[in-house]
Write a protein that binds this ligand. Structure first.
Ligand SMILES: NC(=O)c1ccc[n+]([C@@H]2O[C@H](COP(=O)([O-])OP(=O)(O)OC[C@H]3O[C@@H](n4cnc5c(N)ncnc54)[C@H](O)[C@@H]3O)[C@@H](O)[C@H]2O)c1
Length: 352
């Protein structure tokens, strides 16, 4: 078991990584006279004993993108009001990134902010969405249209939820961990390269991957919590192309697959822009080693893909602030204009 404590934006965040964390969770809950947990319905049967061992009033709720909506937000706020939750009480979630985004947002605005405990149950939620304080609801088909910055007080990364679930559930999280490694930690990337989806499907490897990933993310966000200095942009490596691929495919390509393939193409663009040696093939083999599908960019129309990139938050004027990979473990932000981007994407399509 590992404890990580950080003070970010004036709030002390306590993160506990391990297995069998029920007692730890219960000890933390004792700090509050009342607590309520919103639990993903999908976990109810499979993790019955584990969930029952956590002392909290539980409310089971649907997860998935549809739950990140004003409709579910209303349900959550009504529940908090009827349970008479006060500001010094605690609200928790047990679930993946979608429940985390919904409950994180509700906790941040309910009575102008109530204590929040996160118990992520997907690798993506452990390594990425539970860290960094962002939360969001979708609105009028716009993903993450509404949201706040709000850190939890506690995060419990209990790998029992991951070890006892299908290994394929790890893929999206691995893509984000690979991204953290590529922008900041060469040794961590080499570790991920040497492994496969099956070889990391155990307590020790998952605890290691979660610990490494969250420390990298904490280091980046602690310098730019509100995303004002563009330092957080580094965490967007693979995401300019990745988000465009998700939109292009009408969200049929999962976030992790889109980001993983985005990292391959963005590292090709980094190489062509003179930032690095050709490194995209290594990333491509790393992602396929984890069973993440490798996208054939020949089947993607460059101009249509670019039309989605134009909505990227990192676009200024006719240029994109792109995360350029310099080497494994090092990246920087640099502007690229759309014509050049188009040329490089076409060149990449021609060579695959
Ligand atoms: N706030 C942020 O900083 C941030 C960062 C990255 C992603 N996100 C958001 O996170 C969401 C994606 O998160 P996700 O991938 O966890 O999705 P998710 O919450 O939809 O979970 C994925 C699937 O796994 C199931 N599941 C959850 N835990 C399980 C377990 N232990 N065993 C078996 N099945 C389990 C869920 O029911 C769901 O079907 C997106 O909405 C994305 O926008 C937010």
């Amino acid at each position: 078991m590992e404890r990580v404590e950080r003070s970010i934006n004036g709030k002390d965040i306590k993160i506990i990584i391990g297995s069998g964390l029920e007692n730890e969770i219960n000890r933390a809950m004792e700090n509050y006279s009342k607590n309520i947990s919103f639990v993903s319905r999908i976990l109810k049967e499979k993790y019955r004993n584990k969930i029952n061992a956590i002392y909290s009033n539980k409310y089971f709720i649907m997860d998935g993108e549809k739950s990140k909506s004003l409709r579910y937000f209303n349900i959550v706020i009504k529940k908090l009001l009827t349970a008479e939750i006060e500001r010094n009480n605690s609200v928790s979630y047990i679930g993946g990134g979608t429940i985390g985004d919904l409950i994180g947002y509700a906790a941040s605005v309910y009575k102008r902010g109530v204590n929040l405990t996160a118990i992520p149950t997907t690798l993506l939620a452990s390594v990425d969405s539970s860290i960094g304080g962002k939360n969001a609801l979708n609105f009028m088909d716009i993903k993450n249209a509404i949201g706040t910055f709000y850190n939890p007080d506690y995060i419990f990364d209990d790998v029992d939820f991951l070890v006892n679930s299908d290994a394929s559930l790890l893929k999206d999280g691995v893509a984000e961990s690979m991204k953290m490694a590529l922008i900041k930690d060469k040794n961590f990337f080499d570790y991920l390269m040497k492994n496969t989806i099956n070889s990391i499907h155990n307590k020790e490897s998952l605890e290691y991957i979660i610990s490494k990933s969250i420390k990298i993310k904490l280091d980046v966000i602690s310098q730019d919590f509100f995303d004002l200095k563009k330092l957080r942009y580094l965490l967007n490596f693979g995401h300019s192309i990745g988000h465009a691929l998700e939109s292009y495919s009408d969200n049929r390509i999962s976030h992790g697959t889109a980001v993983a393939n985005g990292m391959v193409l963005e590292s090709y663009i980094s190489y062509r822009s003179g930032f690095s040696d050709p490194f995209y093939d290594t990333i491509r083999s790393a992602i396929s080693g984890y069973g993440i599908p490798v996208i054939d960019f020949k089947s993607i129309e460059t101009e249509k893909l670019l039309s989605y990139i134009k909505n990227d938050k990192k676009v200024e004027g006719k240029k994109l602030n792109m995360v350029m990979l310099e080497e494994r473990g090092k990246a920087e932000i640099s502007e690229i204009d759309f014509q050049q981007l188009s040329n490089y994407i076409n060149d990449y399509r021609a060579r695959t």
